[in-house]
Design a protein around this ligand. Structure first.
Ligand SMILES: [Zn+2]
Length: 62
C-alpha cells in the first residue's frame, strides 16, 4: 500500500511528495530534493493500520 506524503525540503523549502510503502514499516533513507537536488535525510514511521504516523526530514549532513 502506497501513501503519498508531502514534506518540505530543509534546504529550499519547496514541497516534495514522497511515495511511501507503508507495508515496509519504519524507514530511513535519503532522497534528493526534486527542486534543488540536495540530499534530504528522511526518517518515518508507518504501519498498515494508520499509514504514515511520523516523519522527520533534515539535511543529510546536518
Ligand atoms: Zn530543495
Amino acid at each position: 500500500m502506497i501513501e503519498d506524503i508531502d514534506i518540505d525540503c530543509p534546504y529550499c523549502g519547496e514541497v516534495n511528495t514522497l511515495n511511501v510503502d507503508v507495508l515496509a514499516g519504519n524507514q530511513q533513507y535519503t532522497e534528493d530534493c526534486k527542486v534543488c537536488c540536495q540530499p534530504i535525510a528522511i526518517r518515518l514511521s508507518a504501519d498498515i493500520e494508520n499509514g504514515v504516523t511520523h516523519c522527520v526530514v533534515e539535511p543529510e549532513n546536518g
